[in-house]
Ligand binder design. Structure first.
Ligand SMILES: CC(C)(COP(=O)(O)OP(=O)(O)OC[C@H]1O[C@@H](n2cnc3c(N)ncnc32)[C@H](O)[C@@H]1OP(=O)(O)O)[C@@H](O)C(=O)NCCC(=O)NCCS
Length: 165
């Protein structure tokens, strides 16, 4: 198991000032803008930033959702945001912890921060909620993301298909 390194600390967000939420939104926006450079469907709506900030603020007070942050020298350098889905209404024995977003500030990538965030999500939030599966979406052109998740043991299970109208 990966533990916090001496370089950074991972904590579950239980309270968040406007400044903390803004930093998380800034990190997220950089990733969304990068996605929109290869897929115009990711171009941010005018309310995109504030809606994501609202979602994060709400998530930390909702036991079915979570946000973990990575901090280095008191600076937020990454986060993971997700939720648990306990009842599909159709399938037995499936409690899925879903990773909605994970991002690490560029200059701190490839130093184990993303792995540590995922470990905390899995061993903390997912385990506390008795999840027996982790799920996530990653853009098919996000090679870094796909490589990262493969390294962590994720396999492709469902393919999401789209057709432009
Ligand atoms: C994906 C992301 C969260 C990974 O975070 P990270 O802190 O750099 O990841 P780690 O340092 O823990 O990397 C763990 C392993 O994943 C793989 N990996 C991570 N980034 C990679 C890259 N750019 N290219 C190839 N493999 C990569 C490697 O196997 C790596 O191990 P190694 O460094 O010993 O070779 C980060 O690149 C990021 O924020 N990307 C933009 C947002 C994003 O794509 N999010 C996920 C999809 S929504």
């Amino acid at each position: 198991m990966v533990s916090d390194s001496e370089e950074f600390v991972i904590t579950e967000l239980k309270l968040a000032s406007k400044e903390v939420v803004k930093t998380i939104v800034d990190i997220w926006e950089e990733v969304i803008n990068w996605h929109s450079s290869f897929d115009s469907d990711f171009a941010l709506d005018k309310d995109g930033r504030s809606n994501f900030g609202f979602m994060v603020s709400k998530a930390i007070h909702d036991p079915t959702q979570t946000v973990y942050i990575a901090k280095k020298d008191n600076e937020i350098i990454g986060f993971v945001f997700g939720y648990v889905k306990k009842h599909s209404g159709f399938f037995k024995n499936r409690i899925i912890a879903h990773i909605s977003d994970i991002a690490v500030v560029k200059q701190y990538r490839r130093t184990g921060v993303g792995t540590a965030l995922m470990q905390k999500f899995e061993k903390g939030f997912a385990k506390q909620n008795d999840a027996n599966e982790l799920s996530l979406y990653v853009h098919s052109q996000n090679k870094e993301g796909v490589d990262f998740y493969n390294k962590l043991g994720f396999d492709i299970k469902l393919l999401s298909m789209r057709k432009k109208l």
